[in-house]
Each structure stands twice: as C-alpha cells, then as structure tokens.
Design a protein around this ligand. Structure first.
Ligand SMILES: O=P(O)(O)O[C@H]1O[C@H](CO)[C@@H](O)[C@H]1O
Ligand SMILES: Nc1nc2[nH]cnc2c(=O)[nH]1
Length: 329
C-alpha cells in the first residue's frame, strides 16, 4: 500500500468546512490542553506506520488488561507471527500507555493467514486522556486499511450466572459516560471519518457474534462463553455496591473502563466490530461480602485464560476474514 494521499482518501463525502472547523487545541475540564488530531495529522501517523512495516492489516485487535502483556508469554499479542513491533513512544501523535498490563506498542503481523495489527496496550479515560484521544488508534487503524475491529477487555461480572474466567461476547453496550455528554465523537465532525449522527443499534455485528458462538463450540469452550451487555465507567476506582446494583437493574452484565468509546469510533468510520469481555472478577453486589476488586486479580485471570483467548481470537480472525471475503468477492 502506497503512502496515503489525503487528496485521494478525501472522497466526495468530504465536507469542505470540516478541516477548518476543527480547533487545534482542546482544553479538558482540568485545564490541561490536548492538541486535536485532524484527519491530516492521523494520515501522517498512518503513513509513518506504513513506512515501518510491510504488513497491511485488515483486522485490528485491542488487547485488554492482562491479555497482551509483553511479560505474558503466550498471550494474545505473542500469538502474532512475523511480528513487527512499534512502541507507542516512536509513533508520531500517539499517546503512551501508563497502566500495568498494557505494554504500549503496536504489533503488526499475522494471525494464521490474516494480516493484523494489535494494540498491546490501550488508552483509558482515567489515564487523563480525553475520549477522542483514547480512540485515536482506531482511526489510525482505519487509515491503515483495517476493516474489522476485535476489541477485548477485562471486566467485572455482574450477571450472577457469570464466573471468573468466562468470556462474554458483547452483544450491546450502555454508554454511561455518553449519558453525561462525554463521547469520543464530541466536537466538530469530520465527514471523512463518518457521519455526524451515526446509528449504534447494530454496533456489534450479529454475523460475527454468531460466528464466535460457532467457534466456541468447535473449540469446546461453549460452557464458558456467554453473551451480554457491557458498560464502561470512567474509573479508575472500582464500583460501589449501590452503583453495581443500579447497573444490574438497567441490564448490564459486565462492567469495565474501556471499549465503548472505541466501538463508537470504529462504527463511526464504518468498521465491523466484534468485542468480548474476559470476566476477571465477580462484582460485589452485597454489603455482606468481604471481597474487593483489584487490578492484580484482573491481570492474573488474563494470564490464566491466555491459551484459550489466543486460540479463540486466532480462529475468530480467520473466520471474520473469510466472512468479509465472501461479502466482497
Ligand atoms: O478494559 P481493559 O483495558 O481490559 O482493563 C480493565 O481492567 C482495568 C482494571 O483492572 C481497567 O483498565 C479496566 O478497563
Ligand atoms: N469498572 C470495572 N472495570 C473492571 N475491569 C475489570 N474488572 C472490573 C470491574 O469490576 N469494574
């Protein structure tokens, strides 16, 4: 793939005012300034990456907490063959990872025959990044040619039928942060990425969820694979008992601090989305229980499930790529 030419990528959907409308710098509620990423800036980032690797990924994977750690031999990101790694620090305009269990690099390579790029470390709102900055890599993936996003995360299980180590296919989300007006698409819209008002009722592709259930059967793991509704809270604290009971009442099955904004950004730019949560802890919904959530347990469960996750994601990438090929013969 040749370097991206903005004039070529700009197709007829480009709103002529979009470029001018984007403010260069945005100030967050703490008074900290964040340079806005224009379409052109992200094209620069994508071109830098294309110059660093010969891989032209069609699937992007976001590794959740404990699922892509460099010390975690055999982890999701370690499964990628012919890996070419680019540390976030070296990527122009990229934020850096600050959370344990998120190594902080892009891994280009192959899952089976499928060219992929994996984020070994994602960005969270609680690290101090505005949501649009947390989701910058998703737009960069799109510019790299990625058509399908597989987002994984660690989450607390609220559904009483979920056990630690279960994998929840995300069928829908509740954008709690969005209810308060915090949305990655907040601000001027650049139509080169997508429409001002994107629909979200089919965010998690039905066909891919169906494929995932078939793959779970083939791998003999259907007993630990569930399907449910995810929500993201801002973090970094884990939830109170009252908060968890409220979330349960509104239909949340698993709670985390990521993914929702990434999915919104991916759907905005018309990527196909599949997401899954590894249930790393049971949410404490009673004052009588002594247990407390902690990040170490989250990482431990990621380690415990690495073999299964690795096989599952590899198969999913293969089957999603085949499904996509059948769509566009
Ligand atoms: O969503 P990921 O990045 O998998 O991580 C989840 O686990 C961490 C808490 O242990 C939080 O960052 C939460 O979002
Ligand atoms: N918000 C939230 N995020 C998590 N990530 C892993 N477990 C949890 C949890 O219980 N709550």
């Amino acid at each position: 793939m040749a370097p991206i030419n903005v004039d070529v990528v700009n197709d007829s959907k480009v709103a002529p005012t979009a470029k001018k409308a984007l403010p260069e710098v945005e100030t967050d509620s703490n008074g900290q300034e964040h340079k806005r990423y224009s379409y052109e800036t992200l094209v620069e980032t994508a071109n830098f990456l294309l110059s660093k690797t010969s891989v032209r990924p069609t699937i992007g994977v976001i590794c959740g907490s404990g699922m892509g750690s460099y010390w975690n031999e055999g982890s999701l990101a370690e499964t990628i063959t012919d890996a070419q790694c680019v540390p976030y620090e070296e990527i122009p305009n990229f934020p850096v990872s600050t959370v344990e269990g998120h190594h902080g690099r892009l891994v280009f390579g192959h899952l089976g025959d499928v060219p992929v790029v994996a984020m070994q470390g994602r960005f969270h709102y609680y690290e101090g990044y505005p949501l649009w900055k947390c989701c910058l890599p998703v737009r960069v993936m799109k510019l790299l040619g990625v058509q399908t996003l597989i987002a994984t995360n660690a989450a607390g299980g609220l559904n009483p039928n979920y056990k630690i180590g279960d994998i929840m296919i995300v069928k829908d989300h509740i954008n709690m942060m969005g209810f308060a007006g915090n949305n990655p698409l907040h601000g001027p819209n650049d139509e080169r990425f997508g429409p001002r008002f994107p629909p979200m009722n089919k965010a998690y592709r039905f066909e891919y969820r169906k494929i995932a259930k078939e793959v779970a059967k083939e791998l003999n793991i259907e007993n630990i694979v569930k399907e449910g509704v995810y929500t993201c809270l801002g973090g970094p604290n884990f939830e109170t008992v009252a908060e968890l009971n409220m979330l349960k009442m509104v239909g949340v099955d698993a709670v985390g601090m990521s993914t929702v904004h990434e999915v919104i950004t991916a759907r905005h730019c018309d990527m196909n989305v599949f997401a899954m949560s590894l249930i790393t802890n049971e949410c404490v919904t009673s004052y009588d229980l002594d247990a407390e959530a902690n990040h170490e347990e989250v990482l431990d469960v990621g380690r415990m499930r690495q073999d299964i996750l690795r096989k599952f994601v590899k198969q999913l990438a293969d089957r999603f790529a085949k499904a996509k090929a059948n769509e566009n013969p």
